[in-house]
Design a protein around this ligand. Structure first.
Ligand code: DGL
Length: 259
C-alpha cells in the first residue's frame, strides 16, 4: 500500500506549484500528476461542469491505484471536493485561499485576494472568508485571463504585466499588506508581482500548507511510503507538453495523454 502514488490533479499546469511543495516535504513518495489543460480554465465553468471534470480526473488517478488525491486546484476544491469525499473512500486533500493567515497578520486591516471566478463565487470560499476575516477588509479580484496566458506559456510576458496592473490597483488603493494567491497557477507570477507591488505587501499561497496536510494525513492513516529511495514522478497532460515541461526540472518527462 505505502508505495502507491499520491495522485495530483489540476485544470492545467498550475498545480505543479503544489507538486513541488509535496516533493520537497515528502521526497520518498511517488506521485502522478494530471493536467487537464485541454479543459482549462475551470474558473469560468459552472459548478456542475467543474464537478464532472474533477470526477473524470479522480477516476483516472484511481485507475492508476493512487492512495490519496491532492486536488491542486482552488476552483475544483471549492466546487467539488465535498462530493469527491462523499463518493470515494480514499483521502482527498484540497487547496483553499490562505485568507486566515493573511487576516490574522494584517496590520493595515486590508488584504487582497486574486482567484478565479469559480473560486470567488463558491459557497466554500464565502464560508471560509466569513469565518476568518474578522475586522479585516477583503478585496476580491477575479484574475480573468491569467490562467489562459500561463497555459499558453506566456507567464512573465508584457501582456501579463498589462493584465495584472488594473487587478492590483483597487487592492493598493485599499492599502493591503497581504496578497493571497487563490489559484495554484499564480505562484508562477511571483517575479511580476514582486515588481508591481510595494515591498511591504506580502504575497502568500497555500502550497506549503497543502504539503504539510498531505504528510499529516498519510501519517495518520498509515499510508506513508517508508522507502528511503527518492520517489518516482510521472506527469501527464492533455495539452502542451512543452509548456508544462518548462515549469519542471528537466529530470522529469511530461507525457501527452488523450483523456
Ligand atoms: N489552478 C486552478 C486553481 O487553482 C486554475 C483554475 C482554472 O483553470 O481556472 O483555481
Amino acid at each position: 500500500m505505502n508505495t502507491q502514488a499520491i495522485g495530483i490533479f489540476d485544470s492545467g499546469v498550475g498545480g505543479t506549484s503544489v507538486y513541488k511543495e509535496i516533493e520537497a516535504l515528502l521526497p520518498f513518495e511517488n506521485t502522478i500528476y494530471l493536467a487537464d489543460s485541454a479543459n482549462a480554465p475551470y474558473g469560468n465553468k459552472s459548478a456542475e461542469d467543474i464537478l464532472k471534470l474533477s470526477i473524470k480526473n479522480t477516476e483516472y488517478l484511481l485507475n492508476k491505484n493512487c492512495k490519496l488525491i491532492v486536488v491542486a486546484c482552488n476552483t475544483a476544491t471549492t466546487n467539488a471536493i465535498k462530493v469527491l469525499r462523499e463518493t470515494y473512500s480514499i483521502p482527498f486533500i484540497g487547496i483553499e485561499p490562505a485568507i486566515k493567515p493573511a487576516s490574522l497578520n494584517s496590520k493595515t486591516k486590508a488584504v487582497g485576494i486574486l482567484a478565479t471566478k469559480g473560486t470567488l463565487s463558491s459557497d466554500l470560499f464565502h464560508k471560509t472568508t466569513d469565518l476568518y476575516r474578522n475586522d479585516v477588509e477583503v478585496i476580491e479580484q477575479v484574475g480573468e485571463g491569467i490562467v489562459q496566458l500561463i497555459e499558453a506559456g506566456e507567464t512573465l510576458s508584457d501582456t501579463m504585466r498589462t493584465l495584472l496592473k488594473p487587478y492590483l490597483k483597487p487592492m493598493l488603493d485599499a492599502n493591503i499588506d497581504y496578497l493571497v494567491l487563490g489559484c495554484t497557477h499564480y505562484p508562477y507570477l511571483l517575479p511580476l508581482l514582486l515588481e508591481l507591488l510595494p515591498k511591504h505587501v506580502k504575497i502568500i499561497d497555500s502550497g506549503e500548507a497543502v504539503a504539510r496536510q498531505t504528510k499529516a494525513i498519510l501519517e495518520q492513516q498509515n499510508l506513508l511510503n517508508t522507502s528511503t529511495k527518492l520517489g518516482h514522478h510521472e506527469f501527464f497532460t492533455n495539452g502542451s507538453t512543452k509548456v508544462m515541461q518548462a515549469l519542471l526540472n528537466e529530470k522529469h518527462t511530461v507525457k501527452f495523454l488523450n483523456f
